[in-house]
Design a protein around this ligand. Structure first.
Ligand code: 9MR
Ligand code: 9MR
Ligand code: ZN
Length: 559
């Protein structure tokens, strides 16, 4: 290089350097927020990413204000991002606010009742999951004749033979299987939602109960008439292709009885009993009788059934929903049967056994379908005073508060203000976020301490967009929703049906699509793909939707 060219190059480099000094590059700027909206009386937290900058807010009338933040962004271990939380609690007038941070611009909506539509749509998704009936739905454009009318045949390992009538119920998820454990858990969550929101209009309540009944009716068919035990699942040997459900003619099989399915069944039937009693006495009686028969099975089988916990028959490749611990399910059954019958024997069982399952040890028993302890505890705390042992009540309330305080503490370390930690970004993490919020909502209900309610709301904001993926994790909602979920009817009809919640970030790289896109070094909270082939991050499930309805529904003003 000639001296002249060299000096030219040098000044060019210094010039570029100078430009960057004066105008810092801001292509990394981001604002993450709840894409549906915020309640007027709330903290309205948003998360910003990028260098040290001013943050501008303007309202619809053009009034502008700026916030200069003093602290430097902190590195968030779970997302790998340098982020900062800004609370805009002062924006309490309903309306649309424009936010600007460096290069990033976003609208923040403040509204009196932002979550009503998304809750309605998430509830409607259960109707779209119905099996064994024709769907002609104007709203979503889902159309198909009745499916899976032949359900089903016994596997030899179920120690029975021939066919078995078990039509109806909801398809579990993006596949067309029906599984008793998650079915009962879903119905139980929706019943908790119903019971906590008694101020809902009567027609909305009746519609929800009719939808839950659709699942209970199917669950009732899964009970073995002879023993009272409940068959674990009905699915084909392998997942069916990506076709509409009525086109799926794969032969479907009944798996053996399990004690987890039986106890979940007993619990949800007994939980449903007093609710349906107000509408239909004969039906309620049927539910309670089924619950008692299931409990009798558990009494005659005090150890887990099958030994070691349910495992798929070697010929069956569909979802296992295995669980080597049935004590939490039994506790759930005992509380609900006690509540329904006032029979002391159920209370004795609960009081004798509740300490066996450590509610705080959430990584041993997990929160969600494998662990019904939280439902058991919540239902115990909801019993009238004259039915409880003050000591048991005190102990489990303490546990609930301890766990909630642990979640509050965890949230202080999170760049996105949620209680999620590294191990939590596993299959179904969006539902886990909602289940944490569910626990926090009850902690608030039992103590009236606002810190729990506020943190529950932060988790809702997380699922609706205040997350590192910048995604609104409900199809059809927000400016950047999940669109390509692993849901057979959506794939087969090429319609993105609204109101479905996908599993969300899962660090365990459990499908080929995420394995192609990420590595084990990718920060756990961003291992998410809005891709129809990513069943480990982008499949919907009825229990994800139920937990979402519970939490978002809690923040709806139904009047
Ligand atoms: O489509 C299936 C999805 O519903 C399940 O949750 C998932 C769980 O294992 O499996 C999906 O099916 C895949 C199977 O596991 C492996 N072969 C490819 C299947 C999807 O194309
Ligand atoms: O929700 C289930 C999750 O906890 C498990 O880790 C995962 C793998 O076994 O299975 C999930 O459930 C899927 C089921 O096995 C098949 N139907 C779709 C469910 C949601 O992806
Ligand atoms: Zn079906």
């Amino acid at each position: 290089m000639s001296p002249k060219a060299f000096s030219l190059a040098r000044s060019l480099i210094s010039f570029i350097f100078l430009i960057f000094l004066i105008i810092p590059p801001c292509f990394g700027d981001k604002i993450y927020l709840d894409q549906i909206g915020y309640l007027p009386q709330s903290y309205k937290k948003v998360v910003v990413e990028g260098g040290r900058k001013k943050f501008f807010v303007s309202d619809e009338k053009g009034n502008k204000s700026e916030i200069e933040y003093k602290s430097l962004p902190a590195k968030d271990g779970d997302t790998g991002q340098e982020v900062f939380i800004i609370a805009l609690g002062h924006l309490n007038g309903p309306g649309k606010y424009s936010l600007a941070f460096g290069d990033a611009k976003k609208d923040l909506i403040v509204s009196q009742n932002p979550y009503q539509d998304v809750v309605n749509s998430a509830l409607h998704s259960f109707y779209l999951q119905r099996c064994g009936t024709a769907i002609h739905d104007e709203k979503s454009k889902m159309e198909h004749p009745a499916c899976h009318l032949e359900d089903a045949y016994f596997l030899a390992s179920a120690s029975k033979s021939g066919s078995f009538e078990t039509t109806g119920g909801w398809h579990d998820a993006g596949d067309y299987g029906k599984y008793s454990v998650p079915a009962a858990y879903t119905a139980s969550t929706l019943l908790l939602f119903y019971s906590l929101n008694k101020e809902m209009p009567e027609d909305a309540k009746e519609q929800i109960l009719a939808e839950i009944k659709y699942e209970l009716d199917w669950l009732l068919t899964m009970q073995d008439k002879g023993t009272g035990g409940v068959f674990h699942k009905v699915t084909p040997l392998n997942f069916s292709p990506f076709i509409m459900p009525d086109k799926d003619d794969s032969k479907r099989y009944i798996s053996p009885i399990s004690s987890t399915a039986t106890a979940d069944f007993a619990g949800v039937m007994a939980q449903a009993y007093p609710i349906y009693l107000q509408y239909d006495k004969a039906y309620a009686k049927k539910l309670l009788e089924a619950a008692v028969r299931a409990w009798n099975f558990l009494e005659t089988h005090p150890q887990i059934v099958p030994a070691g916990g349910f495992k798929n028959d070697p010929s069956v490749k569909t979802g296992e929903y295995g669980d080597n611990q049935d004590k939490d399910e039994r506790l759930f059954a005992a509380v609900e049967l006690y509540s329904a019958t006032r029979d002391k024997k159920y209370h004795d069982y609960f009081a004798k056994n509740y300490k066996d399952v450590n509610f705080l040890d959430i990584y041993r028993v997990d929160v969600g379908w494998p662990n019904l302890v939280h439902h058991a505890y919540i239902s115990y705390l909801l019993l009238p005073n004259d039915m409880v042992s003050p000591l048991v009540r005190k102990n489990i309330l303490n546990d609930l508060i301890k766990l909630s305080d642990f979640l509050v503490k965890a949230s202080l370390k999170s760049g996105f203000g949620v209680a999620m930690r590294r191990p939590d970004y596993r299959w179904g993490s969006n539902a886990l976020a909602m289940d944490y919020a569910k626990i926090l909502i009850y902690a608030y209900e039992f103590t009236r301490n606002m810190k729990y309610k506020n943190l529950a709301l932060e988790h809702l904001h997380y699922v609706l967009g205040k997350n590192a993926n910048d995604k609104c994790f409900v199809t059809g909602f927000g400016v950047n929703p999940s669109e390509h979920i692993h849901h057979r009817p959506s794939i087969a009809s090429a319609i993105s049906f609204a109101g479905f919640v996908p599993g969300g970030p899962n660090k365990n790289l459990q499908d080929p699509a995420v394995r192609a896109a990420f590595t084990s070094k990718t920060p756990p909270a961003v291992v998410y793909l809005d891709d129809k082939d990513s069943w480990s991050t982008n499949e919907n499930a009825i229990y994800y939707n139920a937990s979402f309805v519970f939490v978002a529904g809690y923040f709806v003003d139904f009047n």
